[in-house]
Design a protein around this ligand. Structure first.
Ligand SMILES: NC(=O)c1ccc[n+]([C@@H]2O[C@H](COP(=O)([O-])OP(=O)(O)OC[C@H]3O[C@@H](n4cnc5c(N)ncnc54)[C@H](O)[C@@H]3O)[C@@H](O)[C@H]2O)c1
Length: 496
């Protein structure tokens, strides 16, 4: 018999719980929201009011609808008020001991038929379920931030989940207007295993001084089309939650790539948790825009590398004396600056020039971004001039060090590689992974769609370059990717 979910409990009304309560109430369900104490309950009420208030301000909700939604939500500090709930979902901090204690309590209070769900991002649902006398009726129901906006819900089943229950919970998610993806119980599930690993990589990159936080955020937004750069997104998710998720991932995999970046721990210890505490990587809501590059003072430019002709022509149209050259030493003698397009590492070229201080690497990504890479020999004046030239050809410059694949590709390719490994391990299908990343993160395309767009060989070769630079086994191309390139296969999605 199909269960009917009419009354739900939401425990914890922080970043996620308030949004989840709103989602259930919007769909017409009766909601009981539980917080730890009266002070937290006041904050939870504030979270609910400001979230529905934003929808009201944007015209997505009328005042009457807002009142109706809030009217369906009862707030309390007593778990006993959940005694007659059909389903309870918890959204308390990502700490196993907290969750275990809570589920033991919920198991005592709720009807034996009630379903208990966790919104955990990474913890073992199996372990949480095992603390109850109803492990078959405990599932993961993983919403994404902000819950009222993001379409995806990962429905996590364990080896002991009752037959049919995951599908019933998926039906409930559909009733809420969400798109469920059914997954097994593995740390981070689909989205966070890929997403948080990429965000953590960005934090490591920041610590290594490859680029600034604004630069990395701008590069990813303009270069890949993601709705938020990694640091703005870490602030939205919460640095404490992100740190805990990385710890759980590392504990399971012992993969260096999953070791939380030390800067995360430092910020969390300092109480800088992101938006929820008012400051994290950024101090306000919106990341400041990077300072504009000055007008270039150079008059002559030598351009070499892939796309040199077109770039030089654009500069010529803008009044510069621009020449192209295939060899690093030709025609560069008299130029004020030398632009090496899409060449990594730039230092190899610079070392061959009589005036290496004038050489700057430039990587044009998509239609809007230009990564400007200076070497250890490049002069600040040359870097500044090339940033100005990038603006003249209509690009936003982002300065970075001369490292393999610069910023965007260095972050993107390992993420794509992780997705290939995930698929190859049999954990999820390509369609599910693509859908999960699009719907859970608002990405313009899923990883397999992106691999096909970029070309398998490009991604494989980029990974090889990253591996050669950093010697991190995680950057070595996944064997499946390598084999597909060797076999001449052009579409990875053609396999599914
Ligand atoms: N932040 C995200 O982007 C995100 C996304 C998806 C899932 N999650 C998961 O959702 C869960 C909550 O994360 P969050 O970011 O909303 O955390 P949060 O710190 O913003 O909110 C947690 C809330 O739980 C309350 N709380 C703590 N102990 C409680 C108890 N025993 N009873 C009732 N309330 C209690 C706290 O007062 C707080 O309001 C975590 O498991 C996290 O991994 C987070």
């Amino acid at each position: 018999m199909t269960r009917s979910f009419e009354k739900v409990g939401v425990v914890g009304l922080g970043t996620m719980g308030a949004g989840i309560a709103e989602v259930f109430a919007r769909a017409g369900l009766t909601v009981v929201g539980v917080e730890a104490d009266h002070e937290a309950l006041g904050r939870g009420r504030g979270n609910l009011e400001s979230s529905t208030g934003r929808a009201l301000a944007k015209g997505r909700l009328s005042e009457a609808e807002q009142a109706e939604i809030l009217g369906r939500i009862t707030l309390t500090t007593s778990l006993e008020d959940l005694a007659d709930a059909d389903l309870v979902i918890e959204a308390i901090p990502e700490i196993m001991d907290f969750k275990r204690t809570l589920f033991t309590e919920l198991d005592r209070i709720c009807e034996p038929s009630a379903v208990l769900a966790t919104n955990t991002s990474s913890l073992s649902v199996t372990e949480i379920a095992a603390t109850t006398g109803r492990p078959g009726r405990v599932v993961g129901m993983h919403f994404f931030n902000p819950a009222p906006v993001m379409k995806l819900v990962e429905v996590v089943h364990t080896v002991v989940t009752e037959d049919g229950l995951a599908e019933e919970v998926a039906d409930l998610a559909r009733r809420l207007g969400k798109a469920p993806v059914s997954v097994g119980d593995r740390a981070g599930f689909v989205v966070n295993r890929l997403l948080l690993t990429y965000l953590n990589h960005a934090a490591v990159m920041l610590e290594n001084g490859l680029a600034t936080r604004e630069g990395i955020d701008t590069a990813m937004k303009l270069g890949v089309g993601v709705p938020m750069g990694p640091f703005a997104l870490l602030d939205l998710i919460g640095l404490d939650t992100s740190y805990e998720v990385m710890c759980v991932l590392f504990q399971e995999t012992r993969d260096r790539r999953h070791a939380p970046a030390p800067i995360l721990r430092e910020l969390v210890t300092a109480g800088l948790l992101g938006r929820k505490s008012g400051a994290g990587f950024y101090n306000g809501e919106a990341p400041p825009t990077p300072p504009a590059a000055g007008k270039p003072t150079v008059t002559s430019v030598a351009v070499l590398g892939e796309g040199a002709e077109e770039f030089a022509a654009r500069l010529g149209d803008a009044g510069f004396k621009a020449t192209t050259t295939q060899a690093a030493t030709d025609a560069t003698e008299d130029a004020d600056v030398v632009v090496a397009l899409s060449h990594t590492p730039v230092i190899e070229l610079a070392a061959r020039l009589p005036h290496p201080r004038r050489l700057v690497g430039l990587h044009l990504v998509g239609e809007k971004l230009a990564e400007v890479a200076s070497t250890v020999l490049t002069s600040p004046e040359a870097t500044c001039a090339v940033e100005g030239l990038a603006k003249i050809v209509g690009r936003v410059p982002v300065h970075c060090k001369d490292r393999a694949e610069f910023v965007v590709d260095a972050l993107l390719y390992p993420y794509l590689n992780d997705a290939v490994r995930m698929y190859d391990s049999g954990y999820a299908t390509m369609d599910d992974i693509d859908a999960a990343m699009r719907l859970g993160c608002g990405y313009p395309a899923g990883p397999f769609e992106t691999i096909d767009t970029l070309g398998l060989e490009t991604v494989r070769d980029g990974l090889r370059a990253l591996y050669a630079e950093y010697r991190d086994p995680a950057f070595a191309p996944a064997p499946l990717l390598d084999q597909l390139v060797t076999a001449g296969v052009r579409s990875i999605r053609g396999l599914s």
